[in-house]
Design a protein around this ligand. Sequence first.
Ligand SMILES: *Cc1c(COP(=O)(O)O)cnc(C)c1O
Length: 402
Amino acid sequence: MATQFEQIKAEEEALLCRSYSRYPLALVRGEGARVWDADGKEYIDLLAGIAVTALGHANEEIACVMEKQARTLLHVSNLFYQRAQLALAKQLLETAHFDKAFFCNSGAEANEAAIKLARRYMRKVKSREAFDIITLEGCFHGRTYGALAATGRANLQEGFQPFPEGFSQVPASNIGALEAAITSQTAAVLLEVVQGEGGIVPLPVTYVQQVEALCRTKGILFIVDEVQAGLCRTGKFWAFQHYGVQPDILTTAKALANGLPMGAMLTTDEVSQGFEAGSHATTFGGGELVAAVAARVIEIMRRDRLDERAAASGAYLKERLARLQEEVPNAIREVRGLGLMLGIELAVDAPAVWKELLARGVICNLSHNVTLRLLPPLTIEKTDLDRFVDILGDILKKTSVK
Ligand SMILES: *Cc1c(COP(=O)(O)O)cnc(C)c1O
C-alpha cells in the first residue's frame, strides 16, 4: 500500500510546475523545533523553513495575533494609512541606526527595492549617472530578474537570458578586486556579511570594514542583504553589527513574520530621499496582517533577547561540534558560522550523511553537496542540539572509517 508520502508525491507531479527538487518527505504539523510528516514520523527541525520560523512552529503568541488581526482587518492596500506598519517600523528602526523602512513580500523584493533606491538616489539626489551594482562571488540575492542579475550564478541564470544590465561581480574577501571594479558608474556595493546559500561563509571583519571605507571614499552606497542572516540569527540583532559598520541600506525577510511572506528594506533619511510618492510600490507589502505579525515577532525577539540566546546556543553547538571533530578529524573539515547560522563542511560523503540524518529524524540543509547547513529555530532547546550531535557523531563514526 502506498504511504501518505507516496500519494502526495504522485499528486504533486500531476499538478505543480516542476521547479523544486524536494526532500523526500511531506510535513503536516510542527511544534517548536519539531515537525511531523504525513506518515506520523517526528523530526528535529534544524532548518526552520529556511531560517524562517525563528520563533518555532505553531507559536501561540503569533497564532493569537493572526487570529485577532484576521477578524479585525486583513488588508486594505497601500492607498491608505495603516497603524500596523508604523508599529513594525518603530520596532525595527530601534534595532539599528536606520531612519526609514519600506515593506514588501519577500527577500528578492527587498533587494529589488534596494537596487531601485540606490539607482534613483544616485540620479535624483546626487545627480550622478551611476547605476552599477557590484556584488560578490558566492552571493545569493534572490530569483527575480534584478536580484538574479545581482546573484550572477550561471547555473541559476541558464535559459533565462537576457538579464538587466548594470551588475558586476568580484571575488569575495579581495579588496583590491573591488577597488579595481569601481567606476564613475558604480552606484553601490551589495553583499551578505555571512553568505547563506553560498554555504555559510562569514566574510572577514577587516574586509567588510574596508568595503565600507571604500564606499565612503568613492561616494557610493553600502548595502547589506540580511534576508537570511538578520533578525537575531547570528547572535546579534543584525549580522552587520558584528562588523562595526553602518550600511546605508539593509534588506531583510525570511524570519520577519515567522512564516508569513514579508520583506523589509531599511535605510537612512539621506538615502530614502531617492524615492518619492509613486517611485515604488507593492499591493500586498506591509499589509495589516503581516505587519501586525512581524511587529509581534520583533517585539518577542527583543523581549526574549533571542540574539543572546542564538549566540549562547550557537556557541554551545559549535563547542560540541569541535569536540566531535576531534573524535572524527577525517570526517569534519570545518565548522563555521555565527550564532545559529552554522555550516559543517564534511570530508566524507555528505549527501549520504544528510540522507542518514533525515532517516534518523533530523532535518537540515545540504549546501553544495559538502556542507550541512543549520538554521534552527532560535528558540531550540539544548536537548535537541545534543540529540543532533549524538546522531551525527554516530553516523560519522561509521562513515569515516573507510
Ligand atoms: C533567501 C534569500 C533571498 C531571497 O529571498 P526570497 O524571499 O526567496 O525572495 C535573498 N537574499 C538572501 C541572502 C537569501 O538568503
